[in-house]
Ligand binder design. Structure first.
Ligand code: SAH
Ligand code: SF4
Ligand code: F3S
Length: 439
């Protein structure tokens, strides 16, 4: 029996691609392993949004040379976003000559043939610049998927990104925005519900641009309204939304629809309008703040989360202060904070005034401290409230689930509660998790 070791880096898009890759490998008779020494195939699904994960890939895969010396039949593969960048691909070929199989993000469905060729001793490199899609066509539609979870499932609704924020590599590696047809998505969700799934997360780099590239008029809020009618489905989430595409129709849908959860991940990136402009984000500070107040008044118990970048080229002390003041004003429930990482091929990598590492670090510590205090305060404010919890699994001394706002809650209880929705009173709050009592 052949075994594979699959390591996934990056965002949910990659997590879900790995579920498809796993499905394909199982259908070929491979079994998964967590032990590198046992593997006949080691595959890294890579991310290139920042430099750190890239470095890891070079470090890890260099060290697999020894494994290959011990087992010459071992196939080492790299896929995912790093391979889609021409210069990175050259670097991979030069620095990691013992890699046997390289494929991109647009040709995952070709894995069975590519793997066969690699097994026959060929060095296989196949990257497509763009998937050769016609409207509504999707190579992944009929592929097997091996999902990690039995209650919650990812469903792709839109691939790629056409926003070209000046710091970001994603549009270059994931291609143009390409929406799946609504009927295909609805069919997927029906079949997930038939298989016992309770929650779906609609995926895309920019989910609220859904439908803009389709000729028949369908919008993201239309799609949500249709999905909300599916019997047996408990919860709908989505990720990630762009502030510039956050229309009133979507806010209304979030306020109206019972299954749509009260959580919105709305990356702001920076607090000052001049930075936002140089990032090419398509909104100003004032517009973002207006948008947030509209959302909060339509959906009062919304949990708002965000992404923030510090140390963008030319970021002055005043710019950074504007980011801090926006964070204070909006009071996000939580935030992913990143140090700007120059990405070759993006405009910002060539901007003058790159910020020294020490300054970037100092700024991120300040920002994290501020946000942690806010996160903690928001969690504490939930003590004594009643929350709807979907129980997802076992914990050390009971069960664990999530609120509609995507907060983790520990409860007393036994296995039979898994998959069910309960009301719980929150009794304790830490910075990241809650404890509650079933009502
Ligand atoms: N499509 C999503 C997320 C894309 S990548 C969106 O637009 O919100 C996830 C996050 O990584 C981004 O929101 C951004 O905060 C961060 N990011 C992207 N490029 C980066 C870079 N070059 N350096 C540091 N952080 C970056
Ligand atoms: Fe990157 Fe901007 Fe697209 Fe998000 S919207 S993936 S940050 S280019
Ligand atoms: Fe990384 Fe690719 Fe996602 S670059 S963030 S894995 S789309």
């Amino acid at each position: 029996m052949r075994r594979f070791y699959l390591r996934t880096m990056g965002c949910q898009m990659n997590d879900h691609d790995s579920e498809v890759i796993t499905g394909l490998l199982l259908s070929l008779g491979y079994k998964p392993t967590d032990n590198l020494e046992d593997a006949d195939l080691i595959l890294y699904n890579t991310c290139c949004v920042r430099e750190n994960p890239e470095r890891k890939v070079y470090g890890h895969i260099s060290s697999f040379r020894e494994l290959k010396e011990k087992n010459p039949e071992l196939i080492i593969g790299i896929c995912g976003c790093m391979t889609q960048q021409k210069n990175e691909l050259k670097k991979i070929l030069k620095r990691l000559p013992h890699v046997d199989l390289i494929f991109g993000t647009h040709n995952i469905h070709r894995l069975p043939e590519l793997l066969q060729r690699a097994t026959n001793g060929e060095k296989v490199v196949e990257i497509w610049d763009e998937a050769e899609y016609s409207e509504g066509q999707d190579f992944r539609d009929s592929l097997p998927v091996e999902r990690k979870d039995r209650l919650k499932a990812f469903v792709n609704i839109i691939y790629g990104c056409t926003n070209f924020c000046t710091y970001c590599i994603v549009p270059y590696v994931r291609g143009k925005e390409h929406s799946r047809l609504p009927e295909k998505i609805i069919e997927d969700v029906h079949s997930l519900v038939n298989d016992g799934y309770k929650e779906i997360t609609l995926l895309g780099q920019n989910v609220n641009a859904y439908g803009k590239d389709l000729s028949k008029g369908v919008s993201f809020s239309n799609l949500l309204r249709k999905l909300d009618k599916i019997n047996g489905l408990e919860r709908i989430r989505f990720m990630t939304s762009h502030p510039k595409d956050m229309g009133d129709d979507l806010i209304e849908a979030m306020a109206d629809l019972g299954k749509l959860c009260e959580h919105l991940h709305l990356p702001v990136q920076a607090g000052g309008s001049s930075l936002l402009k140089r990032m090419n984000r398509g909104y100003t500070r004032a517009k973002y703040i207006d948008l947030v107040s509209k959302i909060k008044s339509a959906i009062p118990d919304i949990s708002l989360t965000t992404d923030l970048i510090v140390g963008f080229p030319g970021e002055t002390e005043e710019d950074f202060e504007e980011t801090l003041s926006l964070v204070k004003e909006v009071e996000f429930d939580s935030a992913f904070t990143f140090i700007y990482s120059p990405r070759e091929g993006t405009p910002a990598a060539k901007f003058s005034n790159q910020i020294p590492e020490e300054v970037k670090k100092e700024r991120i510590y300040k920002l994290i401290e501020l946000q942690n205090n806010i996160s903690e305060k928001k969690m504490k404010s939930l003590v004594g409230t009643s929350q709807e919890v979907l129980v997802e699994g076992m914990s050390e001394d009971g069960v664990v689930g999530r609120t509609r706002t995507n907060r983790q809650v520990y409860l007393d209880g036994t296995k039979d509660l898994i998959g069910q929705v309960f009301k719980a009173e929150i009794t304790e709050a830490g910075t990241w998790t809650l404890r509650g009592r079933l009502i």
